[in-house]
Design a binder for this molecule. Structure first.
Ligand code: KIV
Ligand code: ZN
Length: 390
């Protein structure tokens, strides 16, 4: 049975680029946008055109070069923002304007000093105005995570009637629990008239480390778009990580949901974005961290050498990582040492392995991690009569 598709809306170049210290110039953004298109994302949020001439230029250039994905520009619910975004998106084959306004009582009171009714009117006006420029208009209800569901449903209903094609339900502050965020999606599915005319979208921040879990809960409860970034970069603690949601859906086939992403490009894309943005990927980052497929304890190494699946739920090749690594430390056992020794050219008998292992432990106590070059030294120091097979 063919799985239902969840659209991947990549906001690395907009929400991701808001991270302090990771400003990209237009040429770097173009390289990343081309790579995202190749990766298979459905939508590229290219920037916030009114925010600066540089951002306008980037959105416009990205709109010109992207071949497959929809190219999207962010606006506030402000006429001038929408006009500028429409202008920047003119060269796009598939343009989308992403407009919206804060809907939580906190935003309504403190940001806008307005009433719920006034905000609803501004939301509708923004969508109608955006619709006069492009067919594809996404509406975001900023701080939807903390917005009263009944009011949120009224806003959604009104903007669908005004022509919104996608409804973004951001957990802007990363506050929701997965059950709560999923229930919000379900509530909207069940209570918004005309909901079948629009796609519900998850946009989750990671302040409590729940962005990925919330997005998955969102699609389980009816959303069909996830907004995410490469390596999960983004405001404060970041956004939902693209590679995580893609692989969760792929590793759990019973969910019957999938994306259009070419997962074999995930690792190289992660590396590219990390280098261009000057933002290192944490070693224990799921899917793309340098330790994601590295095994260091003796028990795990023994298992993985016998059969990879004992301690790995993803085949590293599926995400573009060449192979799992067996890291040699003082906690490694004989199986790991024999495996790594064979890789550098020594086929050790059981007796030879015992001798080399003694030498290895002495070495490993002095050095944190044993490299290939060290293995040659260790074998030599063991002083056994051995033929290299390399
Ligand atoms: O987190 C958020 O609410 C946003 C919106 C502007 C879409 O990034
Ligand atoms: Zn955001």
């Amino acid at each position: 049975m063919s799985k239902e598709k969840v659209q991947i809306f990549d906001t690395t170049l907009r929400d991701g680029e808001q991270v302090p210290g990771c400003k990209l110039d237009t040429s770097e953004k173009l390289v990343i946008a081309e790579r995202l298109d190749l990766l298979g994302v459905d939508v590229i949020e290219a920037g916030f055109p009114i925010s600066s001439p540089g951002d306008f230029r980037s959105v416009s250039e990205i709109a010109r070069i992207v071949k497959h994905a929809t190219v999207c520009g962010l606006t506030r619910a402000v006429k001038k923002d929408i006009e500028v975004a429409a202008e920047a998106l003119k060269p796009a084959r598939r343009p989308r304007i992403h407009t919206g306004i804060g809907t939580s009582d906190s935003h309504i009171k403190h940001k806008f000093n307005a009433s719920r009714e006034e905000i609803l009117e501004r939301a509708v006006a923004a969508v109608k105005y955006a619709k006069s420029f492009v067919e594809d208009v996404e509406f975001y209800a900023e701080d939807a995570g903390r917005t009263d569901n009944e009011y949120l449903a009224r806003v959604c209903e009104a903007v669908i009637a005004a022509g919104a094609t996608v409804l973004n339900i951001p957990d802007t502050t990363g506050y929701c629990l997965p059950e709560e965020y999923g229930a919000k999606m379900q509530y909207l599915k069940e209570n918004v008239k005309g909901i079948d005319k629009a796609i519900l979208s998850c946009h989750c921040h990671n302040d409590l480390g729940l962005a990925t879990a919330n997005s998955i809960s969102g699609v389980i409860h009816g959303a069909r778009q996830i907004e995410c970034t490469i390596n999960g970069i983004g405001e404060r603690a970041g956004n939902t990580s693209l590679e995580e949601v893609v692989m969760i859906l792929r590793q759990h086939p019973y969910l019957e949901l999938d994306t259009n992403i070419n997962a074999k490009l995930l690792y190289s894309t992660s590396q590219m974005v990390s280098q261009k943005m000057g933002m290192p990927v944490q070693p224990n980052k799921a899917i793309v961290g340098s330790n994601a497929f590295a095994h260091s304890s003796g028990i795990h190494q023994d298992g993985v050498i016998k059969n990879r699946e004992t301690y790995e739920i993803i085949n590293p090749e599926d995400v573009g990582v060449n192979e799992s690594s067996i890291v040699l430390t003082a906690r490694s056992g004989r199986a790991a040492l024999a495996y790594r020794a064979k890789k550098v050219g020594y086929m050790l008998t059981k007796v030879q392995l015992d001798t080399v292992y003694e030498e290895f432990l002495k070495f490993a106590d002095r050095k944190k991690e044993i490299e290939d070059a060290d293995i040659h030294q260790i074998v030599e120091a063991a002083n056994i009569n051995i033929e290299s097979i390399a």
